[in-house]
Design a protein around this ligand. Structure first.
Ligand code: COA
Length: 364
């Protein structure tokens, strides 16, 4: 694939320093193998890596649940793979990469845009319009995790194919799940193959606009993401216990209300330390409302924007998942804090564990 050579050529200028490179969604490991031959300390992760037949540098796993240690890698690469992450998991995947990156690390994402001749060829077999748009939107909001995002570099890639069979093989090699769709789509792909692109010797050439994004994780900056594993979930619970039970006098039974297994848990971190927590869940009829609960920041980390980062992350994730209404029950002292993040009070004050609360809604 031409992007791989292009990326390898650019890499010396893109690397923030020496260290390990992780290729997330590495497919058959082509890029990893090439990087290792060039002397880089690279490994790859992909759901399709077969553990039995695998290579030591290729690990089975998904972007949204990376099987790596915290702070292990200097650079994460995602080449043509981010749009294959399920849209509802894209923010989780960005958080997992932040977990894997060392402070000062960098994520480089190369993605095809939903336009151009090559994209039009693929469309009868798989229309990736929505998934590519979701990927672009998730990259645009990566600052909610803590990434600093430079302007994307947009360029035109050329895809060359000798004949229709080569095109279809390339599509299925990139995503084996497309195999069964080849038969029904063949005639339309053939029509497009003959009528788009330009002739080049025996075959044809098609354009594919690409975007390359550089997302940096500055050292010493907070990160907000989903809890990586059970251990982090327990540490998030410790934050809640310190803040709500020890500090505010909420009972343990009131705080740990039996709903935690139905929630997704968020953490705010400084280095490897978890200093803030929150949980989110679908709520109401059909789960159409996005609810944010248990927002807590340890006393010593307050007033530095940590709480705001947590609520912004939770709100953006819920909004991206399609929740038009977001709800939280605010302690009344925090009403102004939530107002600044777009939430408005609704209804009467009520008591919960001796603390006055008010429901607050944000309509997206
Ligand atoms: N009342 C009014 N304003 C508040 C506030 C409060 N309780 N907490 C924070 N703010 C203001 C801050 O002053 C800051 O404003 P500034 O930028 O003008 O100085 C702004 O909101 C952003 O604050 P931030 O630093 O992001 O908040 P935080 O990290 O201190 O976290 C809480 C905010 C509420 C999560 C934190 O104070 C906390 O954990 N409190 C105890 C638990 C709690 O009450 N949770 C809320 C349950 S609904």
């Amino acid at each position: 694939m031409p992007e791989i050579q292009r990326l390898i050529d650019m890499l010396p200028a893109l690397l923030p320093g020496h260290g390990r490179i992780m290729d997330v969604g590495c497919g058959n490991g082509d890029l990893v193998h090439r990087l290792r031959r060039l002397g880089y300390d690279a490994f790859g992760i992909d759901p399709q890596v077969d553990e039995m037949a695998g290579h030591e540098a290729l690990i089975p796993g998904e972007a949204a649940h990376l099987p790596v240690e915290q702070g292990l890698v200097q650079v994460a690469l995602m080449v043509n793979s981010f749009h294959h992450v399920p849209p509802g998991e894209m923010d989780r995947a960005l958080g997992e990469i932040a977990y894997a990156l060392a402070p000062g690390g960098r994520l480089i994402v190369v993605e095809p845009l939903a336009e151009g001749g090559w994209f039009e060829l693929l469309r009868p077999l798989e229309d990736e319009t929505e998934m590519r748009a979701a990927a672009e939107a998730a990259i645009e909001r990566a600052s909610i995790v803590g990434f600093v995002h430079a302007n994307p570099h947009v360029y035109l890639a050329e895809r060359r194919a000798a004949d229709l069979e080569e095109v279809l093989e390339a599509f299925v090699a990139a995503e084996p799940g497309r195999g069964p769709g080849v038969g029904p789509a063949r005639a339309e792909v053939a029509r497009r193959f003959a009528s788009t692109g330009r002739a080049d010797g025996e075959g044809r050439v098609f354009l594919q606009p690409m975007r390359l994004d550089i997302l940096d994780l500055p050292a010493g900056q907070p990160v907000v993401r989903f809890a990586h594993d059970d251990d982090e979930r327990s540490r998030a619970f410790e934050v809640r216990q310190a803040v709500f039970c020890d500090e505010q006098g909420v009972s343990i039974e009131g705080e740990f209300d039996g709903l935690d297994d139905a929630c997704e848990h968020l953490v705010a971190t400084m280095g490897q330390r978890i200093v803030g927590a929150a949980r989110i869940r679908p709520y109401g009829e059909n789960g159409s409302i996005g609810k944010i609960e248990r927002v807590a920041v340890l006393k010593e980390a307050r007033g530095t924007g940590m709480g705001e980062r947590l609520v912004r992350f939770a709100s953006e994730v819920l909004q991206a998942r399609g929740h038009r209404i977001l709800l939280l029950n605010a302690q009344v002292h925090a009403e102004r804090f939530y107002r600044r993040l777009g939430y408005l009070p609704e209804g009467e004050l009520f008591d919960d564990e001796g603390i006055p609360h008010i429901a607050m809604l944000r309509r997206n």
